[in-house]
Design a protein. Sequence first.
Length: 273
Amino acid sequence: MSSDSAAVDSEIVVLDNGVPTAARVYDVMLNGKDNYAIDRQVAEASLSVMPELKEIALHNRAILHRVVRHLAAEQGITQFLDLGSGLPTVRNTHEVAQEANPDAKVVYVDIDPIVLAHGRALLQDNENTRVVTADLRKPKEVLAHPDVQELIDFSKPVCVMLVGILHHLADDEDPKGIVQALRDAVVPGSYFFITNFTRLSDSPESEELEKVLLSQLGTGRVRTPAELEEFFEGLEILPPGIVPLPLWRPDEIVTDATTIGVRFMTGGVAKKN
Ligand code: SAM
């Protein structure tokens, strides 16, 4: 992809059509190589208003590892539906879950076909993992997808992962209704793991970033803590609550929790009873 032309695998060709995508902009933040000049432009514009974004992307990956490890190793969750999964990066959900339980099933779902192109090559020998191209804005179609139906047994608890994805849905796309539809589709004992951009009332950067993302990427809605809490409605939120990502059951002590890098994304885990 460094040629800025095309990403190719045996079944899919992803062309650089001059439009940035969230998956590839996020890849820039994680210092990945699967991005085009147009994605790097959006990343640079975003970093110019919030230089901490690379640190924040790493916090988002780190909480994913802690949550999946906790649910697979300590709560006996054996199925993970990772929605808006992004490009497969180092230590992705299936690696963490299957380290705790080799039989754990993981389905990655993303709207960007580049995720499928990379995922297929990476996961061809892993029968407990699938990559699906689907649009979260149509949750019924996501749930009915043959690969989702084949791997996930909806009569058993599932962890539904909405990690860094709901801010890519506009208010009029009804993200709350989408979470509710997913909640209704899973059995009690299932978990929801959500992280999101958070509006910081004491710093203009969060609003500035929203402006840059909405104008250049077309998505990137920065929501207030109250709006984020609504996504967890009807669910039992696990301690320590909806918190800045590094503060969710940290492996290491966080020495300064006041920075934008720590606070801009918040998240939590909740159980359906
Ligand atoms: N979940 C990963 C993580 O936190 O490391 C990746 C998050 S990345 C910031 C957001 C992902 O959501 C991108 O890969 C993007 O393609 C995907 N996405 C955006 N809108 C989507 C939609 N409507 N349906 C499915 N995926 C979507």
